[in-house]
Design a protein around this ligand. Structure first.
Ligand code: F6R
Length: 265
């Protein structure tokens, strides 16, 4: 794992945007895995800015989102499709046909839908770079604690903690879905590179469990310890419970020299 500790959330988003831009500028047919939630919003703002100001091209990019609420219409305000449209898809020159979310409606078989989504990823050649956030309970995507490391795209019931954490995004009395389709941990581990961003004190415990804890279904993000190219970008608050902060800071200055000479990947 490459652990990068930066001063604040803006630096985290800036560094993550350099990774995304490097991939989409260098690959002929880049495939990105995307996340929703509060953490990647600044990353998407920076990508939009780089498209507007420096003509960064998204026309050849294919995307697969980690998750989508069960039985929600694409045009519903709360759908992750709406989130992506507002924060990224409508603001860059991506072809809508190349953007995918793991949808499943009431009358559809979630197992079949999961399979179809996995097949689409395969057909696109696999995910080159998967963007991730982390839940306060250590989830990645909506792989809640107890998720199998072998899991693939499927329907999951959200935990009480996740529902409470996300309730801030719903108006009082508004229906909050309790189930979601999500890429599995195995699906995420299949990506060539994974880039996880975490900011703020409320993520510090989960971040420490993910990096220094045992491999455990209690902290689904600990599965990233098994990934060959996992990059974890943290602000100081999210890194605050890590025992080896000095090592990570020092290792990063050394790594920067390699990156400057050879690029990020
Ligand atoms: C979102 C997702 C979730 C979030 C996580 C953190 O697509 O899959 O795993 O990344 O819940 O959410 P925020 O960034 O809102 O703290």
């Amino acid at each position: 794992m490459q652990v990068i500790i930066l001063e604040n959330p803006d630096e985290v988003a800036e560094h993550a945007s350099q990774w995304v831009i490097e991939f989409i500028s260098k690959k002929a047919k880049p495939v990105l895995g995307l996340a929703t939630g509060s953490t990647p919003i600044n990353l998407y703002k920076k990508l939009v800015k780089s498209h507007q100001e420096f003509d960064i091209d998204f026309s050849h990019v294919t995307t697969f989102n980690l998750d989508e609420y069960h039985n929600i219409n694409a045009n519903n305000e709360q759908s992750y499709r709406t989130f992506m449209t507002k924060n990224l898809f409508d603001k860059v020159n991506i072809n809508d046909k190349n953007t995918h979310l793991p949808t499943c409606h009431q009358d559809e078989n979630p197992r079949q839908q999961g399979f179809v989504f996995e097949e689409k990823i395969k057909k696109a050649g696999g995910i080159d770079l998967q963007i991730l956030g982390i839940g306060a309970n250590g989830h990645i995507g909506f792989n809640e604690p107890s998720s199998s490391f072998a899991s693939r795209t499927r329907l999951k019931t959200l935990t009480k903690q996740t529902l409470e954490d996300n309730s801030r995004l719903f108006k009082t009395g508004e229906y909050q879905p309790t189930m979601a389709m999500t890429m599995g941990i195995s699906t995420i581990l299949d990506a060539q590179y994974v880039l996880l961003m975490a900011t703020g004190k409320n993520k510090a415990n989960a971040v420490n469990e993910m990096i220094s804890g045992p491999l455990s279904a209690k902290c689904p993000a600990s599965a990233l310890q098994l990934h060959e190219h996992a990059i974890v970008i943290l602000d100081k608050e999210a890194a605050s419970k890590l025992p080896d902060q000095d090592y990570y800071l020092w290792a990063n200055t050394e790594h920067q020299k390699i990156n400057q000479a050879y690029g990020l990947f």
